[in-house]
Ligand binder design. Structure first.
Ligand code: THU
Length: 136
């Protein structure tokens, strides 16, 4: 694992360890690197009113935006295997707001990286900010 990927892995693991998942017991951590090279992380935060819970990816994106970042260069999502914890559909769209079709999303469990996908592969033919440029 190269150093950049290791830093995303470590940040996602640390965030996942703090996840609040008392209902599903399915903890998830996510980490992303922004255009400045800063790493931002998040974890899932569940809620007694189930639909109000938020995904790890949403937390990482919120941390990036609050830190002044506006571009996701690379992302890693970590959750329990054996199935791949790929971002849910809503989070694919959240990532789309700040990433390009070529942006790589790594999927990991606690032991290592299992797979990598481009955002374009996860969310083809997507709708994004460019679609609204002429309608602002
Ligand atoms: N979850 C995430 O945080 N990210 C994903 O990519 C998949 C699912 C969370 C939501 C919920 O708290 C728990 O995992 C079970 O769905």
């Amino acid at each position: 694992m190269n150093l950049d990927l290791q830093s995303l892995f470590d940040a996602a693991r640390a965030a996942r360890a703090l996840a609040y998942a008392p209902y599903s017991h399915f903890t998830v951590g996510a980490a992303l690197r922004d255009a400045e090279g800063t790493v931002h992380a998040g974890c899932n935060v569940e809620n007694a009113a189930y639909p109000v819970g938020t995904c790890a990816e949403a937390g990482a994106i919120a941390a990036m935006v609050a830190g002044g970042g506006r571009t996701i260069r690379e992302m890693l999502v970590m959750g329990a295997g054996p199935g791949l914890v790929t971002p849910c559909g809503a989070c694919r769209q959240r990532i789309r707001e700040f990433a390009a079709p070529e942006t790589v999303i790594h999927v990991a469990d606690g032991d290592g990286v299992l797979a990598r996908f481009t955002l374009g592969a996860l969310l083809p033919e997507s709708f994004g900010p460019e679609n609204l440029v002429r309608h602002a």
